[in-house]
Design a protein around this ligand. Structure first.
Ligand code: ARG
Length: 466
């Protein structure tokens, strides 16, 4: 008979029991569940709701149950709907009546939500650590190649030269914002709902502040109905995961592209590529592709949570049992993808010459030639047209802008002087981009200062919360 045996004459149908069970998923929260029960029992004793003997029996019994689950020997039984029932049953088998007193002033609903919040906090911290490792890999690559020039693209067409370091740091900032989203999700999870009971609070003199402190929450929730039905912190976590996966997917796409023979910008380490079962020459960027592909399921997890929640009246509804599986999947997926991407980035070889050779194509200096004229007084629009014509000339003759003679330039505008050819050097035009946040070497060095400062702050944020 189930825990609520009193009111029932028959057991639930076998298949339906399995259908309704959340144990296969929520057994992953056993540590949180047991921690929550210990905190609750201590508080019940402190408030004189249960006696000291029962409280210590409960605590010892729960420690035993935890050790058994840790060891992998715990006999999970699907007739227990969820981890909360498994733990309570195992406890009562060990300590008898005292076990039956643990549930005083408590509902499974607030157990569910307390455990889930604790789990979400743990997940956020894990992901924040993974995020920092990934950013470290990007910083290292940027630092190892401070002067490497590559073509910058818009519309995937050659646009202007940029430093490879600048490109790496662009991803740094995406992942830095992901860290901020994860921190926010952490804060949203960081209130204790314990003591909300089924939906309305209880008649016992619970000390919610005490259990909150014991469990490491920064405060307590304000409304028992909201506490039991709020899953917003899971949306925040899922959202952080979704955006981070989108960023990873973009990075993966560039890795795939850069490792083609057409680009050849990087050579992936053998440790992060696979061969083909039929084509002996192949070296495939499988893992970058897989990261790109896995972004889809994380978006799916988010949508599933949204759809599940949107029509629910207050407070707890069984639908909500579906909340954890997708979040766990999103978190594990992101965690694995960040780890794989960090390794792949660290181990990839950067082919500086290929990048430079590519930057030499596609008239990357065109904007600078137009700026040259504009700085000498020609309206920029007119300068744009002059240079466009020069590019057309180059295309017809199969030349680069820097191959044109001074006479060619002067035929288009007499504002051109001898110094024009010097101005077309890729390094000069790159480094001339001195705008704060621009790609010139000096600007990138300054950017790196900001990178280091934010990195140190984020590392400290993890340390404080760990
Ligand atoms: N297994 C359920 C869950 O994870 C527990 C629900 C408790 N409450 C209830 N009335 N069924 O959500």
């Amino acid at each position: 008979m189930a825990l609520w045996g009193g009111r029932f004459e028959e057991d639930v149908d076998d298949f339906t029991q399995r259908f309704g069970a959340s144990l296969p998923v929520d057994r992953q929260m056993y540590e949180e569940d047991i921690a929550g029960s210990i905190a609750h029992a201590r508080m019940l004793e402190r408030q004189g709701i249960i006696n000291a003997m029962d409280a210590s029996d409960i605590e010892e019994g729960l420690e035993e149950v935890k050790a058994l689950i840790d060891s992998g020997a715990f006999p999970f039984d699907i007739n227990d709907e969820d981890i909360h029932m498994s733990v309570e049953r195992a406890l009562t088998e060990r300590v008898g009546e005292a076990g039956g007193r643990l549930h005083t002033g408590r509902s499974r609903n607030d157990q569910v939500i307390t455990d889930t919040r604790l789990l979400a906090k743990k997940f956020c911290l894990e992901l924040m650590k993974g995020n920092v490792e990934l950013r470290r890999a990007l910083i290292d690559q940027a630092e190892q190649h401070p002067d490497t020039i590559m073509p910058g693209f818009t519309h995937l067409q050659h646009a202007q030269p940029v430093l490879f370091a600048h490109h790496m740091l662009a991803y740094y900032w995406m992942f830095q914002r992901d860290f901020a989203r994860l921190s926010f999700a952490y804060e949203q999870a960081d209130e204790s709902p314990l003591g909300s009971a089924a939906l309305a609070g209880t008649t016992y003199p619970l000390d919610r502040q005490m259990t909150a402190r014991d469990l490491g929450f920064s405060g307590v929730t304000a409304n028992s109905l909201d506490a039991n039905s709020n899953r917003d912190f899971l949306f925040d976590l899922d959202h952080a995961c979704t955006v981070a996966m989108m960023h990873l997917s973009r990075l993966a796409e560039e890795i795939v592209l850069w490792s083609t023979s057409e680009f050849g910008f990087i050579t992936l380490s053998d440790r992060y590529s696979t061969g083909s079962s039929i084509m002996p020459q192949k070296k495939n960027p499988d893992f970058a592709e897989l990261i790109r592909g896995k972004s889809g399921r994380v978006v799916g997890d988010y949508v599933a949570l949204f759809t599940m929640m949107k029509g629910l009246p207050l407070a707890y509804n069984k639908d909500m049992q579906e909340d954890k599986e997708g979040v766990i999947d999103a978190v594990h997926t992101l965690s694995d993808c960040m780890r794989c991407a960090a390794g792949m980035i660290s181990a990839m070889e950067v082919n500086e010459e290929a990048m430079l050779a590519s930057a030499d194509k596609g008239y990357l200096a065109a904007t600078d030639v137009a700026d040259y004229l504009a700085k000498k007084g020609m309206p920029f629009r007119e300068a744009h047209a002059v240079v466009g014509h020069l590019v057309l000339l180059c295309e017809r003759r199969g030349l680069r802008l820097e191959d044109l003679s001074l006479a060619d330039f002067r035929a288009e505008s007499d504002l051109f002087d001898e110094d024009i050819t010097r101005q077309l050097d890729l390094r000069s035009i790159t480094n001339a981009r001195t705008t704060e946040g621009g790609t010139g070497a000096q600007a990138v060095a300054e950017q790196m200062e900001r990178v280091r400062a934010t990195f140190a702050i984020d590392e400290a944020a993890i340390f404080i919360r760990s």
